[in-house]
Each structure stands twice: as structure tokens, then as C-alpha cells.
Write a protein that binds this ligand. Sequence first.
Ligand code: NAG
Ligand code: NAG
Ligand code: NAG
Ligand code: NAG
Ligand code: NAG
Length: 458
Amino acid sequence: MVRACGLGLLLALLLPMVGTSMPGTVVRINKAALSYVSAIGKAPLQRALQVTLPYFLDRSGEMLQTTRIQILNVHVPRLHLKFVADFGVRLLAAANFNFKVFRAPDPLELMLPVVLLADARVAQGPIQTPVISISACYSLFGNASVPDGGNSTSPALLVLLQKHIKAVLSNKLCLSVSNLVQGLNVHLGTLIGLNPVGPESQMRYSMVNVPTVTNDYISLDINAVLFLLGKPIVLPVDATAFVLPRHVGTKGTMATVGLSQDLFDSALLLLQKAGALNLDITGQLNSDDNLLNTSALGRLIPEVARQFPKPMPVVLKVRLGATPIATLHTNNATLQLQPFIEVLAVASNSAFQSLFSLDVVVNLSLQLSVSKVRLQGTTSVLGDVQITVASSNVGTIDMDQVHALMGTVFEKPLIDHLNALLGMGIALPSVVNLHYASPKVFVYEGYAVVSSGLLYQR
Ligand SMILES: *[C@@H]1O[C@H](CO)[C@@H](O)[C@H](O)[C@H]1NC(C)=O
Ligand SMILES: *[C@@H]1O[C@H](CO)[C@@H](O)[C@H](O)[C@H]1NC(C)=O
Ligand SMILES: *[C@@H]1O[C@H](CO)[C@@H](O)[C@H](O)[C@H]1NC(C)=O
Ligand SMILES: *[C@@H]1O[C@H](CO)[C@@H](O)[C@H](O)[C@H]1NC(C)=O
Ligand SMILES: *[C@@H]1O[C@H](CO)[C@@H](O)[C@H](O)[C@H]1NC(C)=O
């Protein structure tokens, strides 16, 4: 934990170097998420409220008597959270405390109902994570009752005991709520953790301004900073601030996450700059999954047959010099790749000999999905692959003839490679132990939206 915090601070120091043009995402936490937090928050709240009480000094008798009081259990039957516009979250909890009073000769059990009210401001912390602080907190006490009838308890003693318990709890309960929130802040701090994108490349998110709170949701502007070989990369695009329209995705979900076009462009740029999209397709002779060798090519290009009378293996070097272009239209995401392919043959001295090179344009349809916290993609070829000869060392090439052969040779390995990369995906903004649950991805003009439940899992 200490190491993670140290890393976070170090990264926060790097931030000013990166500038302001960063790919935007917006995370909107809706009312449904508060209901979920209310449900899963009861148990931790019950534990937090289980405070220790000092001894009760009983002056009612002739002798001063010290009596130990212990909280046997705390039950929170009701926890309600709601958004307060331009502020944060209001908490209302009803708790029943059961005490054991170790009084001689007979110990006594007491039940005390307490209502807790707290206002929690949500702001931006120094390391660009959300920070919650309790700005007001009250505890309202009901009347204590003695569950087993307690006909042996004097009403006067009960009044004194109650006074003692209320005096102690009115301080301690709010402190406990504050501590609970501090723990939550440590958790929220993990938002800025580094996530791998591909080989040698990572990204991290941070909150760029103060959260917007309305009566219906809290909205966080979260930007991604991308790292290549450990260094933040400056994007050529001058990213404009991304605004997530109000009614998008599924109604009533816990979280609505808007992903800007810039985020897609940046992730693809990172993959391209890291060389992760490049691949070599190397054929073996006499193998079933290799369609390409100099004798097969030689049938279409006479010069190849002349230079390679004996069949030799052919290697395709697929290089992506240009960044793939993602296009987001309503219900329709596509990806355009423009690979440059060099076709080489293994000469008899086992050196590579360049035969020719091709400029390729391939359009792919892109399906997006989310698994746990990662946005993933799968692609399939859309329409025809456009192939033109860029250079040739084997004379004129009749593309009509070579097209079909080349297409089949590189298409599948390229798509498999790309799908493996996109299948790893990129992390969405999240904190430790929090997953997206039953997420749905929607594509709109120029952005995508993930509508999702949230699942906290230790
Ligand atoms: C607690 O008891 C007092 C005295 O019996 C009564 O006046 C008061 O209304 C009670 N308060 C609650 C919250 O029940
Ligand atoms: C009062 O306490 C005594 C002794 O603890 C017990 O025998 C008796 O049943 C109690 N009465 C009531 C009404 O609870
Ligand atoms: C060369 O490729 C052709 C066409 O795929 C195939 O039929 C033939 O077996 C291959 N030759 C060798 C030596 O691999
Ligand atoms: C998606 O867009 C591509 C390219 O513009 C188009 O060819 C395709 O038909 C579209 N698909 C749908 C489902 O609209
Ligand atoms: C790819 O898609 C673009 C935009 O829809 C279109 O202009 C182009 O002709 C397509 N190219 C191929 C090879 O399908």
C-alpha cells in the first residue's frame, strides 16, 4: 500500500509535464449506485460503530462503583444515501446498539436506538482523485430499553447510564464515520494506478477537475495519461474537453462511462507507437497452414519463378506506419488499418530478399465489450481489402491476380493478431476491487458509452 501511494505521488509529480491535451472520459455515478453502496455499506458501518466505551462511574450508591460497559452488537437496519447538488452525499442511518452493563450482582442488557446524519462533501484531492470529507455529523439518540424486562433496574440508574452512553457515543460515532470515509478515500486513491495497454505501454487515469454533483448523479471528468516505455507521451491531437450528454446508455444503471473519440485515438496511437500492431508472417515449406512460397507466387509473377527455380519460403513483414483510425457512428464502430507489407523470399544463402511491397487499406468492423474493468474489442473485415503495389524488384505485378492470394495470406494472421491485442483491451477508470457488472457498450456519433452495474469484490 505504501509503495502504491509512493508511486501515485511520483506520477502526480509527472503530470504538469504532460500538458492539458489529454483524452477524456466521464464517469457518472447514478442514484442506483448509492442504493448499492447503502446495501453493501451496512456491514462495514456496523463494524465501524462498534466502539469501545469507558467505564461508567456510578455515584448513586454509598460507594463509587466502576462498571464496564460493552457494545455487544450494532445492527443497522436502514442506511440511506442521497446526492446533494453542488455538494456531495447525505447519509442517514438508523442503528440499534445493544450494550452489556457488567453490574454486580446481575449484568444488565440495554438497547439504544440511534439515528446518524452526516453530510459528506465530494471534492478533488491533491493527487487528482476524488476525496470525501465529513463536513457535518449528528447522532440523535432514542430512549434506552431493557430487553429482558429489567424489573431489577432502578429508573434512576437507567437515566445515568443513558447519559453516560450518549455523552460518549455522540463524539465517537461521528469519528467512526470519519474514519470509515478515510478508508474509502485510500481506496478511491487507487484510481490513479498504472494499467498496461500493450507491451511497453501503460495508461493511468486521474480526475482533472472538481466533481459535478446534481441531485441525480455525481460526474467525474477523468483523463487518461499514456506512457510508452515509462515516459508520458504527448498527443499530437489537441483534445477538446469531452462532454457526456445527459440521457445516454441504459436508464437506471449505477454507472455511465463516456469514452471520447480521443481515448480511442490515443490507445491506438500507443499501440502503434509501441510497435504492438506490427507482425511478421513467416511461412514454412510443406506445411498445411502456409499458402505462400516462391513457386506459388512464381505462377502469378514470372520474374519470381525465374529468380527462384526451387520453391523457397516467403515472409511478409506487416508494418503499421500510420495510426489506425477508429470511427464511431451511432451503433457502428469501425477501424481502418493501412498496413505496409513487404514481401520477402528466403534466398539460397538464407538471406532475405525483398520481392515487392504493398500498400494496404483494410476496413474492419469493431465490436466493443467490457469484461471486469477492461474495454475490449473484436474486429472482422468489412468489405474489400484494397491492395496496391508500392514497389517491386520483380517487374510488373498484375494485382488482379495477386490480390486474392495476398489477401488470404495476410488477412487472417493480421486479424488474429489485432484481436488478440484488442482482446486484452484497455482498463476503464476503476478502483481496486471494483468491477463493472453486466456492462453494455453503446456507440454514438464520436463517442462510446458503457452502462454498467458495479460490483465490489474483495
Ligand atoms: C424518551 O422518553 C422520554 C421520557 O419518557 C419521552 O419524553 C421522550 O419522548 C422519549 N423519546 C423518544 C425518542 O422516544
Ligand atoms: C422480575 O425479576 C425476577 C428475578 O429476576 C423474576 O423472577 C421475575 O419474573 C421478574 N418479573 C418480571 C415481570 O419480569
Ligand atoms: C507452395 O504453395 C502451394 C500453394 O499453396 C502449395 O500447394 C505447395 O505445396 C507449396 N510448396 C511447398 C514446397 O511448400
Ligand atoms: C457501419 O459503417 C460501415 C462503414 O461506414 C458500413 O459499411 C456499414 O454498413 C455500417 N453498418 C451498420 C450496421 O450500419
Ligand atoms: C474504407 O472505408 C472508408 C470510409 O467508409 C471508405 O471511404 C473506403 O473506400 C473504404 N475502403 C475499403 C478498402 O473498403
